[in-house]
Design a binder for this molecule. Structure first.
Ligand SMILES: [Mn+2]
Length: 234
């Protein structure tokens, strides 16, 4: 198979509220270096890189003296932009993140690919929680956010004792995913099937998101060079 162009992007985003630098390699190994000033958010983006198997470097200097909102939302925007750039013309990608994940990467003749596809769905358990993510990098931004309405304003006792800048509420997770969907121009469905502990819930969502992103961004050797769309444009 001909050598493929590395799929990567660098994004610099600067406003009066945040300064962000992102460097993304789609066909990476899951390594990352993330500093947003919000340790919990760093934890989420680090595990996103690990489970999406992308290489990610992200730095954000945001107005945390206000609160975490601008930082979280703008990191979602910048990461979404990085995916749009790195995916490029989207030729040959699987597009949908759900159902199965190939084991052989780009090379259809690799031993992993010959062993066949391992059963896979973007359901991720985290102790008592179960989260599901299904994604389509089809060019139409849309977020569906289900199962978290009763949690949207819930702040744990531990969070109450932290300063405002480090409280990471469910509303903020939603802002991140909405921002990502807008800029990555993807249809993103996230659902909490059940769960209770706030840290577990957000972590399960980010992990399911990562697994779905990984599946959707993989190249399918059967459609190399072609768009997975009958419309001729994604
Ligand atoms: Mn954790």
């Amino acid at each position: 198979m001909a050598a493929m162009k590395p799929r990567q992007a660098k994004v610099a985003r600067k406003t009066r509220e945040t300064r962000i630098a992102v460097s993304l390699k789609l066909d990476g190994k899951g390594s990352s270096s993330v500093r947003t000033g919000i340790p919990f958010f760093d934890h989420m983006l680090t595990l996103f890189a690990k489970h999406a198997v992308v290489d990610l470097k992200l730095r954000c200097a945001g107005d945390l003296e206000v609160d975490a909102h601008h930082t979280v939302e703008d990191c979602g925007l910048a990461l979404g932009q990085a995916f749009t750039t790195a995916l490029g013309d989207k030729k040959g990608i699987r597009r949908y993140g759900a159902g199965f994940q190939p084991d052989g990467g780009d090379d259809a003749s690799s031993p992993g690919a010959r062993r066949g596809r391992r059963g896979y769905e973007a359901y991720v358990p985290m102790d008592e929680c179960l989260a599901r993510c299904v994604i389509d990098f089809g060019g139409r931004p849309h977020l569906v956010w289900r199962g978290l309405d009763k949690f949207s304003q819930k702040i744990s006792n531990a969070e109450k004792n932290q300063d405002m800048s480090s409280a990471f509420r469910f509303g903020l997770a939603r802002e991140f995913f909405q921002a990502f969907a807008n800029e990555a121009r993807c249809n993103l469905h996230l659902e909490l099937l059940y769960g209770d502990e706030p840290h577990h819930i957000v972590e399960a969502l980010f992990k399911a998101f990562a697994r779905a992103v990984d599946a959707a961004c993989q190249r399918d050797p059967r459609i190399a060079g072609r768009l997975p769309s009958t419309k001729g444009k994604l």
